[in-house]
Design a protein around this ligand. Structure first.
Ligand SMILES: C[S@@+](CC[C@H](N)C(=O)[O-])C[C@H]1O[C@@H](n2cnc3c(N)ncnc32)[C@H](O)[C@@H]1O
Length: 183
């Protein structure tokens, strides 16, 4: 599968031959895992299905959980690059069977709207609009440590904890991932 830069350490830590969920279909396969993926775009789904033999890639809205009848246990999930990856994460979190050690990867483009429109959609989907310049700067410049990670930690508590997390910024984009474990 396509891993974002810097995620190798995370995947090395993970339980490699369990199942994997990709929210919005991605490109390269991991032969030992069963791969589930979903995207709204039928052409991308067709391409991914062709490239990832034995995978289950479907056209679906990842704001909800696309695999309600799947009993498999997931050990890796990649929430890739669309306007709100955390909607997909929340649906996955609520519905998927999860391994005790889990690798999660996120591509988060929210800083673009924070900077350009003064609009912040936070982790739990609360919308903050009409932010002034000072507010935009604070959120933009301290986005991951102050506005993403603490809310994520709160979301997975009390049953889970972060073992390791990594992030990097490329322009407005935030790429981050973590290994979490059940307590
Ligand atoms: C930047 S592309 C990334 C595609 C793919 N992960 C890749 O690496 O090639 C973002 C994708 O998110 C998909 N998308 C946007 N909103 C979605 C939603 N609610 N549910 C599922 N897919 C969505 C788009 O169709 C688009 O293919």
């Amino acid at each position: 599968m396509r891993w974002h830069a810097n995620s190798d350490d995370l995947t090395r830590d993970a339980n490699a031959d369990r199942d994997c969920f990709l929210s919005s279909a991605v490109a390269i396969g991991d032969a030992d895992s069963k791969i589930f993926g979903a995207d709204l775009d039928a052409a991308r789904v067709a391409t991914a299905s062709k490239r990832l033999k034995g995978s289950r890639i479907v056209v679906a809205d990842c704001n909800g959980w696309p695999f309600p009848k799947v009993e498999d246990v997931f050990s890796i999930a990649d929430f890739d690059s669309y306007s709100d990856p955390y909607a997909s994460f929340r649906a996955f979190w609520k519905n998927a069977n999860k391994a005790n050690r889990l690798v999660l990867l996120f591509t988060d483009g929210h800083r673009q709207a924070i900077k350009r429109k003064g609009e912040h959609i936070d982790f739990d989907n609360t919308h903050h609009n009409h932010l002034d310049i000072a507010q935009r700067r604070v959120i933009y410049n301290t986005y991951y440590p102050r506005f993403v990670k603490p809310v994520f930690v709160k979301h997975i508590r009390p049953d889970w904890r972060i073992v390791k997390d990594m992030m990097y910024l490329r322009r407005d984009m935030l790429y981050w991932g973590c290994v979490i474990e059940r307590n």
